[in-house]
Design a protein around this ligand. Structure first.
Ligand SMILES: Cc1cc2nc3c(=O)[nH]c(=O)nc-3n(C[C@H](O)[C@H](O)[C@H](O)COP(=O)(O)O)c2cc1C
Length: 481
């Protein structure tokens, strides 16, 4: 059964020991963020969990963070598949999307507050880098719509609470949400906007995938869920939002109204600068009875944002390479969890079919994504295991022969702090392709034959040596021994 809402998903996470309830009172101005930071900065990925803060100082509303993106296991549970099936689940959902269906009413509108009653200070919005961020930030799904075509878009654009009735949104040129807003502003019209807080996990995960402009993330979310997402019309703006969300915040962005946004702790690990960004006026807050509030943890990696963006976009790249580029030699893609989405290091497993194939795959991915570094390996390497990828880099990669540097790539310094010069100005970006596929047959592996190794496992047990699970790295090596 697909999850109906965030509550269904949280119950499964809790059963699987992937969500911890905190009953002690916590202060959303510093304690929530600091506890989440300790979790990500200390625990190995497989031990990470989401937080359910039941008792938030000054609020009756519980706060959840880190649930969707604690670890690949949390994402796999959200997609109702195993960790190793995430890429194929994403690729299949892109191939078989489901259009959403419109309902007359939804639980997200059980309580409707408009005008002066719609106050942001009634919500437990979290300060994510306490002591450094200018204000609390709403970190969730943002819905906009193209005025001319009517096509909606969902993205996550962090949103600074300015006062009880207005916010400043980090929605920048180049983003699809920004383009949508401009289609209204170009005609002198006010643009509608809505924030969706805590809905079906498929909708959250679909939102962070970098899809081509015009592709509806809601159709993709339906593909991930296996059935259409149910939507309702907002109360004060002409937008459709998931019917089972915990909260919907509705608003309008007037043309030409900007204010300072930031400083805010960025996903890359540094404080982001202050910039002029669009202001939105809040027109309504609707919610379920007894609602749950959700905010994504980002800032210093690894974090919830780096985890969900890396995992979702790896599947998007796999589908693009196989279906759109038509290269069936590409078998698997992994984006390391340290930088987020398409901006950091992608590792690709291929079966090379001709000399230079590894470089070609790497160059193509460099061209069609924002990844800064692409490492290409053979399918006998576990791309999710850094020690195995390092082995391939040492055993199969020769720097001069196998490196491609691509220069003059535009990347904003907000997303890549290494591109700032000493005066803080933008410098051109570049990309690196490392082809660590095997170029010649290097002969057999220096491991005893598989049968002998498996027999030796019995001896291992007889000697009462510590138990272990055979890592994929060893399995792959034994297959060829
Ligand atoms: C927690 C989190 C916060 C994010 N904040 C921003 C942001 O403030 N501005 C931005 O442009 N992208 C941000 N992103 C990335 C985008 O939401 C993401 O790349 C999305 O696919 C963009 O959608 P679009 O291509 O439809 O504009 C954030 C992602 C996450 C997971």
């Amino acid at each position: 059964m697909p999850y109906r809402d965030m509550r269904d998903y949280l119950a499964v996470l809790e059963q699987q020991n992937c969500l911890r309830r905190i009953t002690r009172e916590v202060d959303r101005n510093w304690e929530i963020a600091c506890l989440a930071k300790w979790m990500y900065q200390t625990l190995p990925v497989e031990e990470r969990f989401g937080f359910y803060f039941q008792n938030v100082k000054g609020s009756k509303i519980p706060v959840v963070t880190g649930a969707l993106g604690a670890s690949p296991k949390g994402v796999a549970l959200a997609l109702q598949c195993d960790v190793h099936e995430i890429n194929n689940k994403v690729a299949d959902a892109l191939r078989h999307p489901h259009k959403p269906k419109l309902a007359k009413s939804g639980v997200c509108q059980e309580v409707v507050l408009t005008g002066q009653q719609a106050r942001l200070d009634s919500l437990p919005v979290v300060t994510w880098t306490p002591g450094k961020d200018k204000a609390p930030y709403i970190t969730t799904i943002v819905v906009t719509r193209n005025y001319d075509t009517g096509a909606p878009n969902m993205g996550i654009y962090r949103t600074m609470v300015r006062d009880p009735h207005s916010v400043v949104i980090n929605i920048r040129r180049g983003r699809q949400g920004f383009r949508n807003v401009m289609t209204w502003h170009d005609k002198g019209k006010t643009a509608p906007i809505a924030w969706v807080i805590a809905t079906e996990p498929a909708v959250h995960l679909a939102t962070v995938a970098n899809l081509a402009y015009g592709k509806n993330e809601m159709d993709f979310a339906g593909g991930l869920k296996g059935e259409p997402i149910e939507l309702v019309r907002c109360k004060t703006v002409d937008l459709h939002v998931p019917a089972t969300a915990e909260f919907i915040i509705e608003g309008e962005i007037a043309p030409g109204e900007f204010d300072d946004e930031g400083p805010f702790g960025e996903f890359a690990g540094y404080m982001g600068p202050v910039g002029k960004r669009s202001v939105a006026k809040i027109t309504a807050i609707t919610h379920r009875k007894d609602p749950i509030f959700y905010g994504y943890t980002s800032q210093m990696p690894p974090s919830e944002s780096t985890t969900i963006q890396s995992l979702m976009n790896a599947g998007v790249i796999l589908q693009m390479m196989r279906d759109n580029i038509g290269d069936q030699a590409v078998h698997d893609v992994w984006i390391d969890l340290t930088f987020g989405g398409m901006l950091g290091h992608g590792i690709v497993a291929i079966t090379p079919e001709f000399p230079g194939h590894g470089k070609r795959v790497g160059r193509t991915i460099a061209d069609i994504t924002s990844l800064k570094r692409i490492t290409v390996v053979d399918v006998d390497v576990d791309i999710r295991d850094p020690s195995h990828v390092d082995w391939a880099m040492n055993a199969r990669f020769s720097p001069q022969r196998d490196t491609v540097v691509i220069d003059d790539c535009h990347v904003s310094i907000e997303t890549d702090p290494s591109l700032r010069d000493a005066r803080g100005n933008q410098t051109p970006g570049s990309k690196l392709v490392l082809d660590a596929t095997q170029k010649i047959d290097s002969g057999p592996f220096s491991l005893p034959p598989k049968e002998m190794m498996m027999k030796a496992l019995e001896v291992w047990k007889e000697c009462s040596l510590p138990e272990f699970k055979i890592p994929k790295r060893a399995q792959l090596r034994l297959e060829k021994s």
